[in-house]
Design a protein around this ligand. Sequence first.
Ligand SMILES: [Zn+2]
Length: 255
Amino acid sequence: MKYDIEALTCPNCGAPLDVKPGEEITFCLYCNSSIHIGKHEETGEHQETGEHQVTHIQIPPEVISEIKQLVLSGNKEDAIEKYQKAANVGKPEAEKFVDFLLSRLTNVLILNRPLAVKGCLFCSLFLLIFIATIYALVSGAAKDTLLNTICWVLVFASAFNLLALNRAIITTIKYLPVKWTKATVLKFQFINQKKKFSFFKVLLDVKKPDGTSFHSETNIMIKTENAAKLQEGKTIDVKYRGKEKIEILASVSNL
Ligand SMILES: [Zn+2]
């Protein structure tokens, strides 16, 4: 069984590289190395198995870091121009690279988050209200005009809240039968800060029940005041599911 999500790794720091078919240039999210991916000599296709040729391109990591910041702050045009100059390529190629960078960075904001205890209680309450008011309306118990109106308001209010939380509810249910396990933070990359929270992409070494481990990436959200506690080597609790494409749910309660 294969647990590694990506066979290609950064020649500089060893982190997994996210490479889509047909891509020749990528960058390492963690150390900002720009990397060229070699093509199969005969077919011109990327090799599916065996050794990939990955080589550094001479774009200083600081420049990649600056381009990343430009992309994150919404200055896409400046980012394209900077890459064009640094890599000495045409505009279409620079645009392609910046789009790739943007997709890799914004992709990070898709978070797997379950409901906290408070959220579970609220959802149970909304569900109870929803079922009770629907029952009152259907059974004819709420014949009185005022009572009827109140019931309808409650039906919509509870349904609205349940829908707003649907992602978290689904995540909670999906991971409910899965046991927590330990994972070590190998690398992390700050992505964004929104209000009191900071977003990171992390590369984890996840322990399996049989004692072996695998590497996988996930996105985490930490209170900005606690962000400094995120360090390489730090152990966090995670749940994981899926075989080919591993999905990780990380708990940062100990950070
Ligand atoms: Zn790297």
